[in-house]
Write a protein that binds this ligand. Sequence first.
Ligand code: KG4
Ligand code: ZN
Length: 341
Amino acid sequence: MTILAIETSCDETSAAVVRDGKILSNVVSSQIQLHAEYGGVVPELAAREHLKNFLPVARTALADAKISAEEIDAVAATQGPGLPNALLVGFKAAQAVAFALEKPFVGVNHHEAHLYSPWISGEPPSADFSQFQPNISLIVSGGHTILVLVESELKHRVLGATIDDAAGECFDKTGKMLGLNYPAGPEIDRLAETGNPKAFDFPRPLLHDASDDFSFSGLKTSVRYFLRDHPDLLNDEQKIRDLCASIQAAIVEVLVAKTIRAAKREGVRCVTASGGVTCNRSLRNELERACKKNGLELRLAAKLLCTDNAAMIGILAGQKLKQGIPAQDLDEEIKPGWVLA
Ligand code: KG4
Ligand code: ZN
């Protein structure tokens, strides 16, 4: 089964071809440069970029996979959650392709797709569900921070999520206060490498709270007040690196501790993580260390598959069709607020 998958939920236009769980191509056109000028994603601009990029990206995905449109057996696209106008472009265009080719269409929940991206590995990358085991999955991106119990393939239950800012948003907004460009996450990661994570003691919100929820707006506010009271720190390059390392340490400690605690409580032997923030080297290292210490297997999504991509959409769509979940009618609509349950 060969699937053409499309992802346009935020600021990446992506198309992929997936055949029987194998990724034949995965083209991602990022709009980061465009939005950097505005310090964040501008929804209307994102939608217009998707319109401009859809055809070239889809054509390149077919060319990279060395297949013609006639060889496509099914079409999949992100149905939600995401920016309404951005979703609309990719979802409706993908439905049109399915209509023209008279092939089945599958709308996918973007976060559900993130849950399975850590199971993709090898060259060419493919989803190895023979290795699947129940796990706690951490999805951390610029818009979301979610902890999920994945009981079996296609069966999951959300345990907790952020009650305010997402972890990536906290990286981006505190980074902005330090004078870093959007998105600041990768830059904080880089500067933190030569900074002292113990230099400044920032709060670890909800670290000891009984719930599996997260909160990062208090940390952001605490950094804001700290910088208001110590403005001179920003004139010192080493102090900026120390601030980056200290902010990163606070975010990472909460993410790791709550993920491991959930895994132990739920009695699973495996932890997975995906989403843009999973590119963070400290998060990867600390998860690795904590999992080792607690006898848990760790599966981190490959960096290229952490950020938004259509390959993970195609993998999940293929799995759904394989398990007999019926294709959708072509009059289905986008679900911008589709919450993973
Ligand atoms: O998944 P993603 O590409 O987009 C969505 O938000 O859906 O994630 C982007 C987020 C941004 O907040 C960015 O700052 C963060 O992921 N990010 C990082 C790193 N790379 C990306 N945060 C910390 N360290 C990184 N290395
Ligand atoms: Zn995502």
